[in-house]
Design a protein around this ligand. Structure first.
Ligand code: FAD
Length: 460
């Protein structure tokens, strides 16, 4: 039963970050009558999609005192999912054919994603809620409320009390670096993909790229155009793996690295040896909340943030503290929107959370399932096969329709194409019928005014 009108609360809420998650969180919170302040340390909205040619001075980003560059986007980056399934549900990511500066392709460049997020912020008047150039440096409980300390680019500090804090700080900024035996004596250079922008510095080099998922495949192809040789090492390959990749004469796939040596050689588990100039670590990122002080209640262990009920609410601190955007391998923007609706409605009291004990039981049960499947902790927030169930569960909580079939099918098919056809998946596909379904759906919901004459620049 819906709670009586008098029990609906309007709270003062801080949102940390104005990326794709923070923007939609701000909108949903405001639509639920909360007053919202979004803290954003950058000077514009868009988060990860705000490309900068600058990278961090420390190429592996190991120094905790370094000046952090937020974005991990490289110059050549195009999306790794089709745009129809990538957008927010009620603001589809469709081509803007009337604006020549925009990229109409199905897998557009990073600039197009940023333009889309800027459109979203403009359309829903979100910018006025954002305090730019303001970094949150501390979030901690203060009685039943939350203290938020911040620092802006003029050096002015803020110390404020909020009823609730929604953490949307992203998790693609703090690199995870592969351990390579002997690396300390290996004389070459190392860089993490977080600090990779363009291939030019790798001209004529022998480069080893560790990691063969989205960034690893992209960056190895980017670099091979200028490098002498590129060797991809991946722990998901068997120890015998050694093959030259089709369509190239200087790109090889290997098993993982066995060792780096003083003489500059890199030895792979398959026995091959190369004299390498640089190692590029495309080995992912860590969840990192340097501003959060919960007296040790929330921990990050092997990239598992916990405890979090349904990846959003820490049971003992809910609903005052919540996280939007923790899961991965999913429809991110769509998930941000659903999680945000849930947080906003829980804060207003329109939706009730289970008791702390029940939430903890749920978290523990999730961990047990993960352990039964033999998955490491770092896969706790990888939705993978549980994706549809998770998103539809939240949709049900907030009274939204379940996710569209075409959206889930585009995600699944998109990941298969990415893994199996890394060189061509952005320009060739075989699911035009899903594009048609998506656009018909947008039209039915009056989110677009007509079907595009040529649906998208076809990839057939
Ligand atoms: P972010 O976009 O990272 O935003 C977080 C914001 O918080 C930033 O603006 C940051 O400045 C701010 N912030 C952080 N700390 C503080 C602080 N202490 N105080 C104030 N502000 C703070 N997803 C897709 O759906 N499709 C893709 O094709 C795709 N490609 C990707 C390619 C790469 C190389 C990477 C790394 C990720 C990709 N992703 C992709 C995932 C991408 O991260 C999400 O799409 C999405 O942009 C994440 O949004 P977010 O708001 O959670 O985080």
């Amino acid at each position: 039963m819906a709670p009586a009108q008098s029990t609906i609360k309007s709270l003062h809420v801080a949102v940390i970050g104005a990326g794709a998650a923070g923007l939609v969180a701000a909108r949903e919170l405001r639509d639920e009558n909360h007053s919202v302040v979004v803290f954003e340390r950058d000077s514009k909205v868009g988060g990860l999609w705000v490309y900068t040619p600058e990278s961090e001075v420390d190429p592996l980003s190991l120094d905790p005192n370094r000046t952090v560059v937020h974005s991990s986007v490289y110059d050549s980056l195009r999306t790794n999912l089709p745009r129809e399934c990538m957008g927010y549900r009620d603001f589809p990511f469709v081509p803007q054919h009337d604006d020549e500066s925009r990229d109409p392709r199905r897998y557009p460049t990073h600039k197009e994603v940023l333009a889309y997020l800027e459109d979203f912020a403009r359309e829903f008047k979100l910018v006025e809620m954002v305090r730019f150039n303001t970094e949150v440096v501390l979030v901690e409980p203060d009685g039943l409320k939350w203290r938020v300390q911040s620092k802006n680019s003029d050096g002015i500090s803020g110390d404020e009390i909020f009823d609730a804090v929604v953490v949307c700080n992203g998790h693609y900024t703090e690199p995870r670096v592969a351990h390579v035996p002997g690396i300390d004596s290996w004389p070459g250079k190392q860089i993490h993909s977080h600090n990779y922008r363009v291939p030019d510095p790798f001209k004529d080099q022998v480069v080893v790229v560790i990691g063969n998922f989205a960034s690893g495949t992209d960056i190895s192809r980017d670099i091979m155009a200028v490098a002498k040789e590129v060797h991809i090492a991946s722990r998901s390959n068997s120890s015998e793996t050694y093959k030259q990749l089709p369509g190239s004469d200087n790109l090889w796939l290997h098993s993982m690295i066995k060792s780096g040596n003083e003489d500059g050689s890199i030895v792979f588990e398959n026995g091959k040896v190369v004299q390498a100039d640089t190692i590029v670590h495309c080995t992912g990122y860590k969840y990192y909340f340097p501003f959060l002080n919960t007296n040790g209640y929330i921990t990050v262990e092997d990239n598992c943030v916990g405890p979090l009920y349904k990846h959003v609410f820490p049971p003992a601190l809910a609903p005052g503290l919540s996280f939007v955007g923790v899961p991965w391998m999913t429809l991110l923007f769509f998930m941000f929107e659903l999680q945000s609706k849930w947080v906003a409605a829980v804060l207003s009291g329109r939706i009730k959370l289970p008791s702390e004990d029940k939430m903890m039981e749920d978290v523990t049960a999730d961990y047990a399932i993960r352990d039964t499947h033999g998955l490491p902790k770092r896969y706790t927030h990888r939705l993978g096969a549980g994706n549809v169930q998770y998103l539809n569960w939240i949709a049900e909580q907030v009274g939204a329709p379940p996710g569209e079939q075409w959206r889930f099918q585009e995600l699944d098919g998109g990941y298969v194409r990415l893994a199996t056809r890394p060189d061509t998946f952005r320009d060739k596909w075989d699911d035009d019928h899903l594009i048609v379904e998506a656009y018909e759906d947008f039209l039915r919901q009056k989110l677009i005014t007509s079907l595009p004459s040529e649906l998208l620049e076809s990839g057939n």
